[in-house]
Design a protein around this ligand. Structure first.
Ligand code: NDP
Ligand code: MG
Length: 433
């Protein structure tokens, strides 16, 4: 069987761990490909990273520790795991035989390695940008969880995808849902030769700038997070523990706080704009507390196509790895033995100002995404350290955005410099610790 080698960047995180489960499942059940793990990366959780490598049924060839300060700790941990797996009855019966690479450049090496077929970009935040972009430049299939990369540098990344024949497949559940629902529009697009009558008709019927014949809107669902029904006054006093208690998804801390502020949906609006190349006014957000409907596509005739599955990231992760094939997945099916609710209600940008900010950033583009993302990462960090209030998060983002000089066609260097500026500006605005 032809081999598919996967680099999992951010393996110690929530998406990373779910990805390993998916790869082990594919290793067992894929009749077409033999799935292998080329590398696993972690940043601070060295013991977890080494344990993942030791416990994985398919031993990775290399672990990558992106924090250079952790080199000695990583070498020690890997050594003792090798001794342990040699002597114990471990899943890797031949013992743990894997290499170690350290530093941020090691992430780029892992992402661009010649024999790697798929790179799972599951590092959180702007820290994932260089390795994701490197994978794109190397023409890989990139299973993208790291939405911040597109928020910061959407135009740069999407242009590089085109130029290098890379594939950028969404892992984010909403974008995976839209990607799946667009199958019909994609089929029409591929069946319609450029300049044919059918295409002209379609273009006349719909917005002539649309990339998706017959598509009216992309509708992203949002769970609404733990503060879905809270007033602004209640949210002002929200604690870190309350914000971390997400009702439907179990995720890393940063995205969980983003979900509570609805900044996650704001980032997803921007992500959708770049992934699907649609203007902001063709994207909508609706609240769906049960997180079963992962998003919709609305067609010109008013028909809505939705993708529905239980809230489990293994399904969209696996689809990004195996697309266009579908294979059995370790995530559960929707329980149909008892009644299930699927409620939909409009989103409230008054109580969740981050949402309005997301649409604004998606409309103006340019440097706005890099600035808001950096301000948000800084603000979330300060909130987690209990140095600012929950409601300060969108406020700091808005003020940082206001204070920057907008450029409509920035270079990558300009975006990275602005990222640094926006972090320190947001800290300054937050006031003394
Ligand atoms: P986690 O916080 O659980 O994991 C983050 C991963 O990134 C860890 O492996 C962490 O390493 C690594 N990391 C952290 N900082 C750095 C750094 N400076 N350099 C290199 N690596 C670093 O996050 P999630 O798995 O929840 O999210 C990952 C990405 O996926 C995010 O962009 C998120 O928005 C997106 N996403 C997540 C979903 C989910 O269900 N969790 C759903 C949809 C999207 P270590 O832990 O060793 O420090
Ligand atoms: Mg999502």
């Amino acid at each position: 069987r032809p081999v598919q080698r996967v680099a999992v960047l951010g393996a110690t995180g929530s998406i990373g761990v779910a990805t390993l489960d998916v790869i082990q499942n594919l290793h067992r059940c894929d009749p077409v490909h033999d799935w292998q793990v080329a590398s696993l990366s972690g940043h601070s959780q060295i013991d977890s990273l080494v344990n993942l490598a030791a416990d994985c049924h398919i031993a990775p060839e290399r672990i990558v520790v992106s924090d250079p300060e952790k080199q000695a700790e990583a070498a020690r941990a890997l050594n003792s795991a090798k001794i342990r797996t040699d002597s114990e009855e471990s899943p890797n019966r031949s013992g743990l035989d894997c290499g170690l690479d350290v530093g941020s450049e090691a992430l780029v090496r892992a992402a661009t390695e010649k024999d790697v077929d798929v790179v799972v970009a599951a590092i959180v935040g702007r820290a994932g940008l260089e390795s994701t972009l490197a994978a794109v430049h190397a023409g890989k299939r990139v299973a993208l969880a790291n939405k911040e990369t597109l928020v910061v540098a959407g135009p740069v990344v999407t242009q590089a995808v085109q130029e290098n024949g890379a594939e950028l497949l969404p892992v984010d559940s909403e974008h995976s849902a839209i990607f799946q629902c667009l199958a019909e529009a994609r089929a029409r697009k591929s069946q319609t030769p450029a300049g044919s009558d059918d295409q002209t008709d379609l273009a006349a019927q719909t917005d002539p700038t649309t990339n998706w014949p017959g598509v009216r809107r992309l509708i992203l669902t949002a769970s609404g997070g733990p503060f879905r029904d809270w007033t602004m006054a209640q949210m002002r006093d929200a604690t870190v523990e309350q914000a971390l208690a997400h009702p439907t998804w179990k995720m890393g801390a940063k995205i969980t706080i983003d979900s509570a502020s609805m900044m996650n949906k704001a980032l997803e609006v921007i992500e959708a704009k770049w992934l699907f190349d649609v203007p902001a006014d063709k994207i909508e957000v609706v609240v769906h507390p049960q997180s079963l409907i992962h998003s919709f596509v609305e067609f010109e005739d008013g028909s809505l196509i939705a993708q529905i599955s239980p809230p489990d990231m293994r399904m969209p992760i696996q689809y990004a790895l195996t697309y266009p094939r579908r294979l059995p997945c370790p995530s559960p099916s929707l329980d149909r033995t008892s009644p299930w609710d699927m409620t939909l209600c409009p989103a409230d940008p008054e109580r969740f100002p981050a949402l309005a900010l997301g649409f604004e950033v998606a409309r103006v583009g340019g440097t706005a995404g890099a600035v808001v993302n950096a301000a948000n990462e800084t603000a979330v960090d300060l909130f987690l350290k209990r140095q600012i209030r929950f409601t300060d998060i969108p406020e700091l983002c808005r003020r940082t955005l206001q204070d920057h000089h907008h450029e409509s066609s920035p270079t990558l260097d300009q975006l990275l410099n602005l990222d640094v500026w926006a972090r320190s500006h947001a800290e300054k605005l937050a006031g003394p610790k």
